[in-house]
Design a protein. Structure first.
Length: 234
């Protein structure tokens, strides 16, 4: 398997995150896919946004779960953009692309799965989450679907393998900040053990050449803001 480069929330080094423009540009600049975040509106429409509110991207202190999709459509983010709903992104995906949908809330699991199955090839979708409950729910829906555990705390290799036996991960999605806690030798040992357990390694958000050199030999998937840079380095 070649190393896959996924645009983090699209091509966010040059375009606004989680907008249709950012997703389109990631593919224009030869990303193998994109990573995006999914939350649910008040009327149960899955939408693509990282935060649980629109404050950072619109200046309005309103929660996604308190807004209907129609209300959300009338609010501009990043000056002149709209928050897309999940279905819109499937129209952008090239058929051979590999894309990472991050589940932000357990409530959005079933709709995200059913819409993905309806509009795209599930073989080319990685569903990831920090929330183990969400991943278990996905696994119960589909024994074959690709699942990625996002790491937000230090876990032992034993904890990871035990969870892997229960859920059967496709990947472990690891932040580059792991380098703040462990020396290169320990990182090499950890990632080698994980790959020997048939767990793929996705690294996020990898933007610098320093991090690229640390993870180059281990990463199966590189999630980045800097699509062009990573493609050139590879």
């Amino acid at each position: 398997m070649k190393k896959l480069v996924l645009g983090h929330r699209g091509y966010t080094a040059k375009f606004h995150e989680n907008t249709l423009e950012s997703f389109k540009k990631a593919f224009e600049f030869n990303a193998d896919g994109i990573e995006t975040d999914i939350r649910m509106t008040k009327d149960d429409i899955p939408v693509l946004i990282h935060d649980d509110s629109i404050l950072r991207i619109s200046g309005k202190d309103m929660k996604i779960k308190d807004l209907t999709f129609e209300e959300l459509k009338n609010i501009k983010v990043f000056e002149n953009n709209n928050i897309p709903k999940l279905e819109e992104i499937f129209e952008i995906f090239p058929k051979d692309s590999f894309n990472n949908l991050e589940i932000k809330e357990v409530e959005v699991v079933e709709k995200t799965y059913s819409l993905s199955k309806k509009y795209f090839n599930l073989e080319n979708i990685l569903f990831s989450s920090f929330n183990v409950e969400s991943l278990i729910k996905l696994r119960n829906l589909d024994s074959e679907v690709k699942i990625g555990l996002l790491i937000e705390r230090v876990m032992t290799i034993e904890e990871i393998i035990e969870l892997h036996k229960k859920i059967n991960f496709y990947s472990l999605n690891i932040p580059v900040e792991i380098t703040d806690h462990f020396p290169q030798e320990q990182i090499d040992l950890l990632l080698t053990k994980l790959r020997s357990a048939n767990i793929k390694i996705a690294i996020w958000t990898l933007n610098t050449y320093e991090h690229f050199k640390i993870f180059e030999k281990h990463a199966d998937i590189i999630i980045t803001d800097e699509v062009e840079k990573i493609k050139n380095w590879l």
